[in-house]
Design a protein around this ligand. Structure first.
Ligand code: ATP
Ligand code: MG
Length: 573
């Protein structure tokens, strides 16, 4: 492509609407433009990268036996109602005002299950892996960070259909490995975390993550052994609060000025771990008292898994007074009304010597023995892991990091096949719902995360796998010196014949502008020809990532470019 004819609207200034490097650089390099909040056009340069990502996705999905579909974005609302997901998706699901029986699909479990129900009748027709790379619509409440969180975006979504649970394990494992290959080939540094299955339902799920201060997820990472988990499920090796040998009788004592755990610690010199913090939630309209160790933070995702529902909220102070007869700072597990279910974090499991509110304003109990003094307690892991706590695998300190989710794999089980009646006949003649998995990768997120990890103050640093063009060919003073023009045009031909995609900067602009744009666009190699190289009959090759420059005789240019390109591709694997 000749730059003089290309539509690459680069921007010199950093656009004020963009806060994070990938968003700034995608705008500045003319890859994308925003059309509405969370809605972007990919311009020709950006779309070349999209197509490269799509090619990697197709190759790796085909390699595990995936068959590519193209499913409609418009879906009949009735199948979304059949799986209860109109309610579960809430406002995220785009509805159509002038055609109310259709919705815009945010994902495609329903349609896949619909086709499976139509045609798959026997275990003999399974397993299947079906995939597509297609536009998804989600009415995200806060679209942000450019294409990282859009209201319309491209997703590679695939679905496995199996007759057995072992089959599902295999399909899931195939995806796990394919995802490793996809993200590695794209040049991303990533890690995998166990995740909560959330609204998707199902048993197991893992997320592929890229560490980034701009991520909206939080993960616990161990740099020592590689343990990684979303904070929703992360654990640590903290020891439970040990039982004391003696368990003296309960003792009520006045605490008129203690409203918080820190007040208790300061005013009475008690160790933090002996304080049981009481938190009250209303779960499906019923009160639940939750005991946490000291100042440990209750994790609502863990609570959701423990309770198997997301229908809960913290109780209002007035509700607490109504139920416990005391204000929030004075409540605890002793003398609790029978209607209140009691949960506790596993760090408090069957321990004693605890202090907690007495359900009487201005009083606490000491010497609480959870085994002796409190009726039935259900123990769950409910706390949020903190920075530097010991890794659950190797005891080294954990790091808590922000991360961007780039891919997600789920064992769905039979939730969708049951809801939509997609059943098969087994060998023994019995009928059973198809066992499903669902697997997604965001195309734009791969691109934005790559740029987050590969840029400098001058621009993007593309690798051979994703770069929109293999190289920039920069002609200096080309419009003034016909001999340079000739030399550059010849090289342009030769490079294309050698199968390189070339952006030939033949514009009548200064060398400075050309160099800056080449660095901004960031193709792996820049070839520079000008009056000086003409005289020497050489070409200057600049390697974008290292900044290294080579001066190569004209007749060795193609072989050197091939060699350098090979080196750069190898370096990534
Ligand atoms: P998030 O938690 O970031 O909202 P999600 O868990 O809802 O994502 P999935 O339903 O698991 O996303 O979708 C699969 C993949 O699609 C994600 O891993 C991500 O790469 C991509 N993706 C999801 N939502 C968006 C979005 N709004 N914009 C761009 N890509 C997205
Ligand atoms: Mg997800």
């Amino acid at each position: 492509m000749r730059y003089s004819q290309a539509f690459i609207p680069t921007l010199r200034e950093v656009p004020s609407e963009a806060q994070i490097p990938s968003h700034q650089l995608m705008l500045r390099s003319g890859m994308i433009r925003q059309v509405a909040a969370g809605v972007y056009s990919f311009l020709p340069l950006g779309y070349r990268v999209v197509k490269k990502v799509i090619a990697i996705l197709q190759e790796e999905m085909d390699r595990i036996g995936g068959q590519e579909f193209h499913l409609p974005a418009l879906n009949p609302i009735e199948i979304w109602e059949a799986t209860d997901r109109v309610a579960a998706m809430g406002d995220v699901l785009f509805r159509l005002e002038n055609r109310r029986n259709l919705v815009l699909a945010p994902t495609h479990e329903e349609i896949i299950t619909y086709h499976a129900r139509q045609h798959i009748k026997s275990y003999k027709e399974l397993p299947q892996i079906w995939y597509q790379i297609q536009t998804k619509f989600r009415n995200e409440p806060r679209p942000r960070s450019g294409v990282l969180r859009g209201r319309q975006f491209l997703m590679k979504d695939s679905y496995s259909l199996d007759a057995t649970w072992e089959g599902l394990d295999q399909s899931y494992q195939k995806h796990y490995e394919a995802y490793h290959r996809i993200f590695s080939r794209a040049g991303l540094r990533f890690f995998v975390v166990g995740a909560s299955s959330g609204a998707m339902g199902g048993s197991a799920s893992q997320e592929f993550m890229v560490e980034s201060p701009y991520g909206e997820d939080t993960c616990a990472l161990c740099d020592h052994c590689g343990y990684a988990a979303n904070l929703e499920v992360a654990t640590s090796a903290l020891s439970p609060v040990p039982r004391l040998d003696s368990s003296p009788p309960l003792e009520l004592f006045p605490t008129p000025h203690a409203k918080t755990i820190n007040d208790l610690i300061e005013q009475f010199g008690v160790p933090e771990e002996r304080c049981a913090k009481s938190v009250v939630y209303i779960v499906n309209s019923q009160p639940v008292l939750i005991l946490m160790r000291g100042n440990d933070e209750l994790n609502e995702e863990k609570l959701a898994s423990a309770l198997q529902t997301t229908q809960f909220r913290p109780a209002e102070p007035e509700e607490i007074v109504d139920i416990f007869g005391a204000a929030p700072g004075s409540i605890g597990p002793i003398n609790v009304p029978d209607s209140v279910r009691i949960l506790a974090d596993t760090l408090l499991q069957e321990t004693n010597g605890l202090i907690s509110g007495a359900n009487k304003d201005g009083y606490h109990y000491k010497n609480i023995d959870l085994v002796r003094d409190v009726g039935s307690i259900e123990y769950f892991d409910l706390r949020t892991v903190r920075e530097r706590e010991p890794c659950p695998q190797c005891q080294q300190p954990l790091r808590i990091v922000r991360a961007i989710e780039i891919g997600h794999i789920f064992k769905l089980g039979t939730k969708y096949s049951e809801a939509l009646g997609a059943t098969i006949l087994l060998e023994d003649g019995s009928e059973q719902p198809i066992i499903m998995g669902s697997y997604g990768i965001g195309v734009e997120r791969i691109i934005a995360c790559y740029i987050e990890q590969n840029h400098d103050d001058k621009g993007i640093i593309w690798n051979p796998a994703l770069t929109p063009y293999d190289l920039s060919l920069i002609g200096i003073n080309i419009h003034k010196e016909p001999a340079v023009q000739d030399m550059a045009a010849k090289l342009y031909e030769q490079l294309q014949q050698a199968n390189f995609s070339v952006l030939f900067d033949d514009r009548a602009v200064s060398a400075g502008i050309k160099f800056n744009d080449a660095d901004l666009l960031g193709f792996p190699l820049q070839l520079i020809v000008g009056p000086r190289t003409l005289k020497e009959q050489t070409v200057e090759i600049k390697i974008r990532r290292s900044g290294e420059r080579l001066h190569v005789p004209l007749d060795a240019v193609i072989s050197t470019v091939q060699e350098q390109y090979h080196k750069l591709s190898e370096a990534e694997i």
